[in-house]
Design a binder for this molecule. Sequence first.
Ligand code: FES
Length: 115
Amino acid sequence: MALLEREKPAVRVRDYDSHVLVCKGSDCKKRGSKEVRKALKGELRAAGMNGDVRVDSVECLGLCKHGPNAIVYPSGTWYLGLIGADAPEIVGKHLKTGEPVEHLAAEFRPRKKTK
Ligand code: FES
């Protein structure tokens, strides 16, 4: 198959330190994801970190019954069952230092072996 020849869009993107994806799917929304996102944005603003961290809303992350959920990159840390009151700790620790908030971060289970 031939590659489609095309030009890259002539735009540059900001180099953020972290990217937070907050689920806004229906289950997370019912449980307060909008407030969580608002709290995170407010904490970032108060800490003067608006330009360092990007917060986006995404559709379902697949763990609906545990929501509101969010993932923080570049570490790929999942936070499940967030409430707005968790925002100061996530911003003040994880997003400032890069170290996940251990007591809030989901545990990783081992990957299944594919071969
Ligand atoms: S609705 Fe948030 S994980 Fe599915």
